[in-house]
Design a binder for this molecule. Structure first.
Ligand code: ATP
Ligand code: MG
Length: 285
């Protein structure tokens, strides 16, 4: 994530088009807004175009706008999203869901940096920066020339399960916004969960837990995790070696017994001496 943000940071004040890839909930919309907020265009509009939600036959009027009287119901001239974005940022969300005909029209506007309102004669200049996102395979869905146009810089947000270090930081941030803290045991549970819904699921989990929590600390039992991950599931998924699994298990037993070595050895079914050897072997403090 740090390398990714560094790359984005370098591109902030250059007008390159940025394509953000990543699973649903991984933070594509968040990153697009962050790019806008920290870039040179921050005082101009940020306009969201939800490509998956705009019906095919409304695409052009939404994007380019229309002149008064162009069609029934066009009682007034209306600016399209590209025009509303002015010198700000236009964010094409789920761009891979655009139909071929829509792609052709968008490509033309991007290439020529200008377009006409439906039913209009005059041209409008496209001055906004273009940021796009997709959770689907853009190579399969988009025509080459459009893809080249929008992905001068491509950044891929890793799924949350592949950036464990972010889980605690994000969880604490979401909790702080709700006036809460997260108990260390709860953080560990969060870190071991696979987060199929990525950051969105984490945010929801923390916000719900915060509502359920009367005190100021969110404890494990308050967390609404869909399927608490079995340790072995986590281990296999993340490719732990047997030694790692053993080391972590020993560390956890020592923690739970408050470092009572006799008691820990009993639980582990080994003698105290073996436990001390393993502790040294694994560098357990
Ligand atoms: N790095 C982050 N810091 C703080 N909040 C984040 C971060 N990443 C994501 N979020 C939050 O997580 C939620 C999900 O993120 P976002 O909506 O950007 O995901 P997305 O990739 O656009 O998902 P979708 O593909 O479903 O549209 C949002 O509430 C967003 O604000
Ligand atoms: Mg989104």
């Amino acid at each position: 994530m740090r390398a990714l943000l560094d790359t984005v940071d370098k591109a902030l004040d250059h007008d390159v088009n940025i394509l953000i890839l990543g699973e649903s909930g991984s933070g594509k919309g968040w990153l697009a807004e962050t790019i806008h907020r920290f870039g040179s265009r921050r005082d101009e509009p940020f306009v969201h175009v939800d490509c998956a939600a705009i019906p095919v036959d409304l695409f052009e009027s939404e994007l380019f706008g229309f002149e008064k009287g162009t069609f029934t119901g066009a009682v007034d001239r209306k600016a399209g999203r590209l025009e509303l974005a002015k010198r700000g940022t236009v964010y094409f969300d789920e761009i891979a869901s655009l139909a071929q005909s829509q792609q052709a029209k968008l490509l033309r506007a991007l290439e020529e940096r200008r377009f006409t309102r439906l039913g209009g004669a005059g041209e409008v200049h496209l001055e906004a920066r273009v940021v796009s996102s997709s959770s689907a395979d853009v190579n399969a869905a988009l025509r080459r020339d459009l893809l080249y146009r929008i992905n001068v810089l491509t950044v891929t947000l890793p799924p949350l399960r592949e950036r464990k270090e972010d889980v605690a930081r994000l969880a604490e941030g979401f909790a702080r916004n709700a006036g809460k803290r997260v108990h260390a045991d709860a953080l560990r549970l969060l870190e071991d969960y696979a987060w199929p819904g990525n950051v969105r699921e984490l945010r929801n989990a923390i916000e719900r837990a915060a509502l359920m929590t009367d005190g100021d600390t969110i404890v494990p039992s308050a967390l609404p995790l869909a399927e608490p991950a079995e340790l072995v599931t986590v281990a296999a998924r993340d490719g732990w070696t047997l030694d790692e699994l053993e080391a972590r298990y020993i560390r956890e037993v020592l923690r739970q017994t408050k470092e009572n070595y006799s008691r820990a050895a009993e639980i582990l079914g080994i003698n105290r001496k073996t436990l001390l050897e393993k502790r040294r072997k694994y560098g357990i403090e």
